[in-house]
Design a protein around this ligand. Structure first.
Ligand code: PAF
Length: 280
């Protein structure tokens, strides 16, 4: 990979990179297609990164490298990079990444270990693939913000590009984890999008000042779906900073993370607050 990339770069080619955990779906395809439009060469990586999973979730994660290779190729990928566990984490690997102090929500999410694992593997993959641009879905806005900050803080020479969440016909945000949901669980998972839309509608009607009550209403809706849906974390924040909304916030991000059948699903929607202010 290092040799291939170095010779491509030497001949002036731009490289678009789509890092994935595999189990590719239409959300990934939109990333690959965008990368193809904007770069000469597209590299897709498939690596189930144990550092960002709890043990059982790691073991149960759907794996289908052959299927992924076919899907990636069809979408326009030129190179599939599927390193082994040993290649990424050889014996003795011990480096750590300290998370930037970026937004308060991270502390309450109890997920700092997860995001540390994400940043470690993303930094390693960037160092190997040396991409011109890298593409991530915006379904996990915290992940996106942390990667962007790491790249800025370490002067890494890659442009981070975000792509909107892709939804199925049932409006469920596409995720590799959806493949692990039973029919019943899929049905229950739809409550996440319903709750997001509820909060967005409330705030459209009543403005940013209604964020607290919209958030409470959204949590109540999701709690009603227990035990099928177990709310992990919900927030309404400034879409740019991911900090609480303030008077000058331009866009709100309504975000939910919930466990459905033990699988952690995340989803979010955005609300333009400026448009609403203009109407009033
Ligand atoms: O978002 C994902 O699919 C993963 O967190 C990533 C960025 C590929 C790192 O393993």
């Amino acid at each position: 990979m290092l040799k291939t990339v170095s010779s491509l770069k030497h001949s002036g080619k731009s490289i678009g990179f789509v890092p994935t955990l595999g189990a590719l779906h239409d959300g990934h395809l939109s990333l690959i297609k965008k990368a193809k439009k904007e770069n000469d060469i597209v590299v897709v990586s498939v690596f189930v990164n144990r550092l960002q999973f709890r043990k059982m979730a790691f073991l149960n994660y759907p794996r289908n490298l052959k299927g992924d290779a076919a899907i990636a190729k069809k979408a326009g990928a030129d190179i599939l990079f599927a390193p082994s566990e040993k290649q990424i984490y050889p014996n003795g690997f011990s480096a750590q990444v300290v998370l930037p102090n970026l937004f308060k929500a991270l502390k309450s999410q109890k997920l700092s270990w997860h995001y540390k694992g994400v940043l470690i593997v993303v930094m390693k993959l960037f160092n190997i693939v040396n991409p011109t641009r890298a593409y991530f879905g915006l379904k996990d806005p915290h992940q996106f913000a942390l990667i962007k900050k790491m790249v800025d803080d370490f002067n890494m020479q890659v442009k981070i590009c975000g792509c909107p969440t892709v939804r199925g016909r049932d409006r469920l945000a596409l995720s590799s984890r959806n493949a692990l949901l039973s029919g019943q669980e899929k049905k229950a998972a739809k409550a996440i999008y319903r709750a997001l839309v509820f909060a967005k509608t409330e705030m459209k009607k009543n403005g940013a000042k209604s964020a607290t009550s919209a958030l409470a209403g959204m949590k109540k809706m999701l709690k009603k779906e227990a035990p099928a849906v177990q709310l992990d974390y919900a927030e309404i924040a400034d879409a740019k900073t991911l900090e609480p909304l303030w008077g000058k916030s331009k866009e709100a991000l309504v975000f939910v993370a919930a466990f459905v059948g033990g699988k952690r699903l995340t989803d979010n929607i955005r609300l333009n607050l400026r448009q609403r202010r203009k109407q009033h």
